[in-house]
Design a protein around this ligand. Structure first.
Ligand code: B1M
Length: 210
């Protein structure tokens, strides 16, 4: 098994300390931080995402793997910055106004981060104005909206209207999701992408930059 595969497995098993130690060791040995990111961390998260989609692992395993990834990234990030590796794009994510559910949103965030996209998290109960401001401030490429209530899913439409009114609609792709949301609803309100789960959200976000 290669060192990358070993690190990928540690990530999949959520072994945060062992993974971080191994990433530190590899960096000291001169392994490229970009290769560690792509061949070990992103590769590992992508396996977790696929298993999550097939119901072979569940929310706790994904959260534990994501925690391991975040810890490893704390040692990798300075090396990535030194070697000039930039995120492939920027996403804004939030749960929309009136809605406090954030477990699914956090999973989507972690999986998207796992693809090398920078994610700015605006939290829950997020009004349209705040999203519009964030698109400008962070020069975002994608806006990711989560809603878990049949009442708040309608607010995703208000956000799209606000983005249009601000003249930013052509600048960003809008992805929506959450338990009551469907492809048909996404088409009706003019969202660009609907995804049913966190792994698909990460796949579709990444595909925008291929
Ligand atoms: Co609430 N709640 N809740 N709740 N809650 C639901 C959603 C509900 C279905 C329960 C029920 O009645 N059976 C129901 C909604 C009914 C409806 O609208 N049709 C409901 C209700 C009614 C309420 C309150 C109104 C209850 C009350 O106070 N009377 C209230 C509303 C508060 C508010 O938001 N204003 C409320 C409150 C809460 C808690 C605070 C107690 C808690 C939230 C804690 C938290 O999130 N920090 C809570 C919880 C935990 C749930 C349930 C039990 C679980 C939700 C969850 O986290 N699922 C839920 C019932 C259920 O789903 N079984 C329920 C796990 C999570 C991983 O899945 O969020 O669906 P999910 O995310 C998935 C996908 O949907 C997708 O990917 C994720 C993972 O693959 N996804 C995206 C999500 N966002 C995406 C975005 C994307 C793409 C994919 O692109 C951008």
């Amino acid at each position: 098994m290669s060192r990358f595969e070993e690190m990928s497995l540690l990530l999949q098993r959520g072994k945060a300390k062992d993974l971080t130690a191994m990433v530190t060791e590899e960096l000291a040995n001169g392994t490229s931080p970009k290769e560690i990111l792509n061949n070990a961390l992103i590769a590992g998260m992508s396996v977790v995402g696929d298993k999550f989609k097939r119901n072979e692992v569940f929310v706790p395993e994904v959260l534990i793997a994501a925690r391991a990834m975040n810890m490893a990234l704390t040692v990798l990030k300075p090396a990535l910055a030194d070697s000039g590796v930039e995120p492939i794009g920027t996403a804004i994510i939030c749960t929309v106004k009136g809605d406090l559910h954030d477990i699914g949103k956090n999973l989507v965030k972690m999986m998207i981060e796992g693809t090398g996209i920078k994610v700015v998290d605006l939290g829950v109960d997020c009004p349209a104005e705040k999203i519009v401001e964030a698109i400008k401030e962070y020069n975002a490429d994608i806006v990711c909206l989560s809603a878990l209530l049949t009442t708040t899913m309608m607010y995703q439409k208000d956000v799209i209207e606000a983005i249009k009114e601000a003249g930013l609609r052509d600048k960003v792709k809008i992805m929506i999701g959450g338990a009551p949301v469907t492809q048909q609803f996404a088409d009706e309100i003019g969202a660009d992408i609907y995804t049913p789960d966190a792994a698909s959200a990460a796949e579709r976000a990444r595909a925008l930059f291929n």
